[in-house]
Ligand binder design. Structure first.
Ligand SMILES: C[S@@+](CC[C@H](N)C(=O)[O-])C[C@H]1O[C@@H](n2cnc3c(N)ncnc32)[C@H](O)[C@@H]1O
Length: 481
């Protein structure tokens, strides 16, 4: 088999990145005549979205590092073995192939990291609402304990098992009218009103006293973890909520959180930590205030609003399937559309950071409703000028706009001194647009991204070429004048 005939499919690749050191070591070993075990492959159809669905594609199940090494060493032959002899329907067996690939990587070669295993378990749980894969099955394939899998995916399973009553209480607490809730869940307003009035969750404290944990409580009441926590902490002072959640309250304007708290928000490209939203609500809103999240992604803002008893309306052009509170809406400020009549007290706006993650957002967007990340620079800047103007028209003086973004510089292959600033989009541009559209920036809070996303090889390459990366991310707080 020639290496060119094989396809590396990132969707069933169990690691977050290919390890360049391993590939380089294999290339060297090949040059001195080392023999490698065969690469495991599978023939599939129905593979290329938008392409020829009947074409047979050979995807790699195990041996991606070897395949890279054979390709880079210019070899014309690579030994292969087949996972199954018959041709499989890719869409139907994707999860099985990912698990097979993960299992192979737990027994030999570069072992999977715990973070990789957790990501795989969460991806599979998200795409498996019928729970075809039990915790035990996942644990066996990933080579970890059932308890570990259970801890990793509890929040996802709880959200999938949420009852209609759980959804109604969530929407009600977020400030939705009974009419709107009734439309959303397909029950009469009377029934919705009964459910809201009869909901009794007084037992949470008793269950905690009996030693039950929050996962048990969420499953007992058939609700998601965020709602279970929100009910538990109802009426506490904001500061006590921080304490109960085990989140240190930051006193200064540097908010660095390395990990997302799995209890709040769903996995989503560009997901932000719940603590970042909680601090914004703590400093710039009061209980009962109305929050708008125009691009809600995995729904961390509505979850934190639930916890802190703020009302919330959330939108996204690609609403998460397990999130009834996120309404579908494509923002195109040129149309002048503004999908809500209530005026918010705070807008938490976390749009894509220019073209960062565009590949992912683009794949999920309809061709006629592109993500802002796909716009050419000039249109991208214009989008924000128009959005801020529209937001100004639909808010009262004194409204807060919390705008999260990062400098976008074309640094990836360019030494710092040779970057072209006219292609960049930085916080200064957003600040200028805000002040031109009637918003006064009052605070600049640094919320850096974690550096752990880069491998040591990537870091080495950047240092050699004098490339200056960016991990800065800033929350601009602006007041409507
Ligand atoms: C950075 S993500 C938001 C992440 C979110 N804060 C979280 O923590 O999960 C940006 C979101 O903007 C959405 N988006 C991009 N352009 C949009 C548009 N024109 N209208 C509506 N949504 C858009 C994308 O679908 C994506 O979910």
């Amino acid at each position: 088999m020639t290496p060119q005939n094989l396809t590396w499919d990132e969707a069933i690749y169990p690691r977050s990145a290919v390890n360049r050191k391993t590939v380089e070591a294999y290339v060297e070993a090949l040059s001195i005549g080392a023999q490698f075990p065969a690469v495991k492959v599978q023939q599939v159809v129905n593979y290329t979205p938008g392409g020829d669905l009947l074409a047979i594609v050979l995807i790699i199940i195990d041996g991606v590092h070897r395949w890279f090494a054979f390709t880079e060493a210019g070899r014309s032959h690579i030994p292969v073995i087949h996972y199954q002899d018959r041709v499989l329907d890719y869409e139907a067996v994707k999860t099985e192939l990912l698990l097979e690939s993960a299992q192979n990587n737990t027994t030999h070669g570069d072992r999977l990291t715990i973070a990789d295993k957790k990501r795989i378990a969460r991806d599979i749980a998200t795409s498996d609402p019928d729970h075809t894969y039990t915790d035990t099955a996942l644990a066996e394939k990933l080579g970890v304990s059932r308890q570990a899998v259970n801890t990793w995916i509890t929040d996802i399973r709880a959200r999938q098992k949420t009852s209609r009553a759980g959804t109604i209480i969530r929407l009600h607490r977020l400030g939705w009218t009974q009419e709107k809730i009734s439309d959303q869940v397909g029950l009469t307003q009377n029934r919705v009103s009964q459910i809201i009035n009869n909901a009794i969750y007084g037992n949470i404290d008793n269950l905690l006293e009996q030693g039950r944990d929050m996962a048990y409580i969420a499953s007992h009441y058939q609700m998601d973890m965020a709602l279970a926590w929100a009910l538990r902490l109802t009426s506490l002072h904001d500061r006590d909520k921080f304490k109960a959640l085990d989140w240190g309250l930051r006193t200064w304007d540097q908010w660095q959180f390395n990990d997302c708290d799995d209890r709040f928000g769903s996995d989503w490209p560009g997901r932000i930590p719940a603590q970042l939203v909680a601090h914004t609500l703590y400093y710039f809103t009061r209980p009962g205030d109305r929050v708008l999240d125009p691009m809600a992604g995995g729904g961390v803002v509505p979850d934190v609003c639930l916890l802190f008893e703020r009302k919330c309306r959330a939108f996204d052009q690609n609403p998460h399937k397990d999130r009834p509170e996120i309404e579908p809406h494509h923002w195109d400020p040129d149309t002048g559309d503004w999908p809500l009549t209530d005026k918010p007290d705070l807008i938490f706006f976390d749009p894509p950071y220019y073209t960062k993650l565009d590949k992912t957002y683009k794949a999920a967007a309809a061709p006629k409703a592109p993500s802002v990340s796909s716009l050419p620079r000039e249109d991208y800047i214009r989008f924000f000028a128009r959005f801020f103007t529209l937001a100004h028209e639909h808010t009262r003086p004194g409204t807060t706009l919390a705008f999260l973004n990062a400098d976008w510089r074309n640094f990836e292959s360019t030494p710092a001194a040779q970057e072209t600033p006219d292609q960049a989009v930085t916080l200064f541009d957003y600040h200028d647009l805000l002040s031109q559209t009637g918003w006064q920036t009052t605070h600049r809070i640094e919320c850096p991204l974690s550096t752990q996303r880069l491998t040591s090889t990537q870091v080495q390459r950047m240092q050699t070429k004098r490339i200056l990366g960016t991990i800065g991310r800033t929350l601009l707080i602006a007041r409507r004048m």
